[in-house]
Design a protein around this ligand. Structure first.
Ligand code: PMP
Length: 399
């Protein structure tokens, strides 16, 4: 059994079935360890007050806990504190970049490069802005056998203004070489935005080493609370950007016909933000750091390779991706609808995802409507994969 499983109370819960829960939908969201769950009551019982606003000690304590979270996040990814903006999730982080930064630099006829594997959260905001400005969008394709980017050099030579791509695909699990792509993008004068939602849970991220201009992710996919997203941006870009939400606490002064804003990152955090969850997020980072991100990376890598090997034993399976180290595999089984597979597995208390995975552009490229997906995290182990493969084999024999 994974030595980390005991830290997660949900696995002691047999609410739905007598069988133990096998949770393999970690790309959607991760479970929470007891230390993180405890942190909610700890905060609300001892330190709750609105941040920044009060001059009393309780408010000052809440403010310093919130700023500690910003520092912890910055340290976690090798950034400076004022380069960290808290948002609601990865989706909001991308929308903020698109509606503020991209809107200010893009003109009609400019080119934005996305990739065919992007999650809808890195496609739809661009499509919305495209309607307003009229820039072009081109999609980097993937190779049919390696599943890696194929025509990126060609598209970069067309001088895009912005390249916005995922670090790890939430469908294929394939990791893109961001350092190399950022280097090429910069040589071609482009800005690079990286969706790190699926890489940061189990890969060491150093934004300086990657040299990406923006890097975004969600706390809930890394053992943290929902409702907390991170937008890292190089300070020079954040300083140039205008806020898109106006309101309390992000201003310096307001008059009837004029207002001025605080500096980066405060000008982007309008109103009463989700400070309690953001403070709790710090505990998740501490839990991850206590284990060690390189240990997690190795654990996920080994279990990924085992998962890939075992999945291939299932009759009629087709995996949409190669062996990878990200612990994400999407697949179909001949003649069985993905939703039926997921429902059958649920009878054995195995939770996987079935659907388009918010990646309809990629589904169209694969000529499918939907796929099944398993995604692993540190509380999973070989026995979970064995149960998955037994259950899948049972299903494949039924048809
Ligand atoms: N990008 C990728 C690659 C994802 O996997 C997800 C979540 N499935 C998102 C973005 C969106 O994350 P959120 O829903 O937390 O905004």
């Amino acid at each position: 059994m994974s030595r980390y499983k005991k830290d997660f109370p949900i696995f002691q819960n047999t609410k739905f079935y007598s069988k133990d829960l096998v949770y393999l939908d970690n790309s959607a969201t991760t479970q929470k360890p007891q230390v993180v769950i405890n942190e909610f009551s700890q905060f609300y019982e001892n330190s709750n007050a609105n941040i920044y606003r009060g001059v009393y000690r309780l408010s000052e304590e809440a403010t310093s806990l919130y700023e500690k979270s910003r520092k912890d996040v910055a340290d976690f990814i090798g950034a400076k504190e004022n380069e960290i903006v808290f948002t609601k999730n990865t989706t909001e982080s991308i929308n903020l970049i698109v509606l503020s930064f991209a809107r200010s630099i893009l003109k009609k006829g400019d080119l934005v490069l996305l990739s065919i594997v992007e999650h809808h959260s890195n496609i739809v905001p661009w499509l919305i802005l495209q309607k307003e400005i009229g820039f072009k969008i081109k999609y980097i394709d993937i190779d049919d056998t390696s599943f890696e980017f194929s025509n990126i050099d060609l598209l970069l030579s067309e001088n895009p203004k912005i390249v916005s791509i995922t670090h790890v695909s939430n469908v294929t699990g394939i990791e893109n070489n961001i350092k190399e792509i950022a280097n090429k993008a910069h040589r071609n004068g482009a800005i690079i935005i990286v969706d790190g939602a699926q890489s940061i849970p189990h890969k060491k991220i150093d934004v300086v080493d990657l040299d990406c201009d923006f890097f975004v992710f969600s706390a809930h996919k890394m053992l943290g609370p929902t409702g907390v997203g991170v937008l890292f941006g190089k300070q020079k870009f954040l300083d140039e950007m205008q806020p898109i939400f106006g309101g309390g606490e992000m201003i310096l002064s307001v008059e009837q016909n004029n207002c001025s804003f605080k500096s980066t990152p405060y000008k982007f955090e309008a109103g009463t933000i989700n400070f309690a969850d953001t403070i709790v997020f710090s505990k998740s980072l501490e839990y991850i750091s206590n284990i060690g991100i390189s240990k997690i990376e190795k654990y996920i890598k080994d279990l990924s390779l085992y998962t890939y090997k075992r999945l291939q034993e299932v009759d009629g399976i087709k995996i949409y991706g190669l062996e990878n180290t990200s612990g994400i595999y999407s697949f179909s089984i001949k003649k069985i609808h993905p939703h039926d597979i997921a429902s059958f597995l649920d009878e054995d208390n195995i939770a996987i995802r079935a659907g388009h995975h918010c990646a309809q552009v990629l589904m169209e490229r694969f000529e499918v409507y939907a796929l099944c997906r398993v995604s692993i995290y540190i509380y999973n182990d070989k026995s979970d994969i064995d149960k998955l493969v037994d259950s899948l084999s049972k299903i494949s024999r039924l048809f």
